[in-house]
Design a protein around this ligand. Structure first.
Ligand code: N7H
Length: 475
């Protein structure tokens, strides 16, 4: 990619580390020390070129080591993004003279003002948030990632010292880490995450036989880079005409999503009993896991329901991810319910073979869990009252068109995807009845799903190009 020294490294390449922290900073009143802080920070920021090169080496070494992690290859990565007020402070002028574009409006107003759109009411209301509340300004966001908790902490403490030196204060810090042991790569409900992210044109290598897909990753569709990075080619949206300084930057959503693991699984088990009581015939031996897989669209291992409707298949080491999924012959959702989390958030070819409806709403997900696994016998921090969930981090070129649209028009819309009213997303959506349709029950059976993923904070930020940050440091 021509702009890979400009675009920050987490956006397209992805830090892909087991340990990460997100540090939310507030600027002091005087811009001069903040510019000095920024000038010193810029050389430490990871670019797309650096992170992509490291990730390639890492993958190659891992292949040579038959799947084990090359312990010698380590890196600590840092990215910086700015909120609207942070940008305005450093620019000294209005960053967006034209605020009519929806994505710009969302960014300017900030996530707490967009709570209604994002479904953040009740227990998820901004007044309860740990960060991102209207009364708690945040100007800058540092995303720091590394291979071990120790390496991460060393770098994070250096960054905290430098920030304090510039007069910045840490408003909130959210540490995340991949879960231990066999749970690595899985989120707290138990499902493998990070399987499906979009491929990016001129960045990911296309498959020679299927140029619409990434080589070696069947089903990973390539979309134009402008879907995630401002100023680059877009799939079909008109160019929003953002100011020149925004070029090669990316809008970032940071969300702390608390997961009530025992409550979510208890309701899955209850849904299973409802089906039994209604006399719905299910595959022999299937239990609550069968229902949970319908809620997600994948089994815990990541195997798709589309390809494995009845039971979780044995895992095949070294096999590519199960991501070449089609809903074309399953329009009613008798196999993968239309309300399944992965179908709501990426309907793929549900609307037609060109994937257009889905491809233009893609986001790049860089989430990481926080907290200890739910495992009461494992001691303190593992029980039902301990904090745990997902530090949801996503990048895109338009907050309104992508993230907010997913939240409002897809996840929390009972009528999406059509036809019919089949319920909200049973994993992350608001309370709703979902209508589980099967070949044997074509009209469906209603199952109640309450919301057990609560929003505990949200920040909208913008990760500018390196040259824009240099310019801001020199004003
Ligand atoms: Fe989701 N989960 O455990 O069920 N997600 N998600 N997500 N999510 C995905 O395919 C989960 C959240 C997307 O292309 C998987 O990579 C949980 C938000 C998208 O087929 C699993 C939380 C938003 C995809 C989960 C959470 C999304 C996706 C399967 C919160 C957007 C790709 C792994 C605590 C606003 C879909 C994979 C595709 C996949 C879970 C949040 C979106 C297991 C627990 C807030 C686009």
């Amino acid at each position: 990619l021509r702009h890979s020294d400009e675009i920050q490294g987490d956006v397209l390449a992805g830090f892909r580390k087991d340990h990460e922290t997100v540090v939310l900073l507030r600027f002091p009143d005087d811009p001069a020390p903040v510019r000095q802080w920024l000038a010193r920070l810029i050389p430490q920021l990871a670019t797309t070129r650096q992170v992509a090169a490291f990730n390639n080496d890492f993958s190659a070494a891992r292949r040579n080591l038959a799947g084990t992690d090359p312990v010698g290859l380590r890196a600590t990565w840092v990215n910086l993004s700015l909120t609207y007020s942070g940008l305005k402070f450093l620019m000294g002028t209005e960053p967006f003279p034209d605020q009519t574009q929806d994505g710009v409006k969302a960014f300017v107003l900030g996530a707490s003002a967009r709570a209604d759109i994002n479904g953040d009411g009740g227990e998820s209301a901004p007044e309860r948030w740990l960060f991102g509340r209207a009364d708690q300004p945040v100007h800058a966001v540092l995303t720091v990632a590394s291979d071990s908790r120790e390496l991460l902490e060393v770098r994070a403490s250096e960054l905290r010292v430098a920030a304090a030196h510039g007069g910045l204060t840490v408003v909130f810090e959210q540490v995340g880490a991949t879960l231990p042991g066999d749970r690595k790569g899985h989120e707290h409900f138990g499902f493998k995450d990070g399987i499906s992210n979009p491929g990016v044109a001129d960045f990911d290598r296309p498959d020679p036989d299927h140029p619409e897909q990434v080589a070696g990753k069947p089903g990973t569709r390539i979309v134009p880079a402008g879907e995630f990075v401002v100023g680059l080619p877009l799939l079909q949206r008109p160019d929003p005409g953002l100011p020149e300084w925004a070029k090669n930057g990316s809008f970032q959503v940071v969300r702390r999503l608390a997961q009530d693991v025992p409550a979510w699984w208890a309701q899955v088990a209850a849904a299973r009993r409802t089906l039994d009581q209604a006399g719905v015939e299910l595959p022999v031996g299937s239990g609550a896991e069968w229902v949970a897989a319908r809620a997600v669209g994948r089994w815990r291992s990541g195997a798709s329901v589309a390809h494995n409707p009845n039971a979780e298949p044995p895992t095949k080491p070294g096999a590519p991810d199960d991501n070449l999924i089609s809903y074309a012959d399953d329009k009613e959702g008798h196999t993968t319910p239309v309300f399944a989390h992965i179908r709501k958030t990426n309907p793929r070819d549900h609307f037609g073979p060109d994937h257009k409806v889905a491809d233009t709403r893609r986001i790049i997900r860089r989430g990481i869990p926080y907290g200890q696994p739910f495992d009461p016998a494992a001691g303190p921090g593992h029980g039902p009252d301990a904090d745990r969930g997902l530090v949801f981090v996503a990048y895109m070129s338009d907050l309104a068109f992508q993230f907010e649209f997913l939240q409002s028009a897809w996840i929390n819309n009972t009528g999406f995807p059509p036809p019919g009213q089949n319920g909200k997303d049973p994993v992350i959506g608001q309370d709703s009845d979902v209508n589980l349709k099967l070949d044997t029950v074509p009209d469906g059976k209603p199952l109640h799903f309450a919301q057990f993923v609560r929003t505990e904070g949200t920040i909208y930020a913008f990760a500018p190009a390196i040259s824009t940050l240099r310019d801001l440091a020199q004003r």
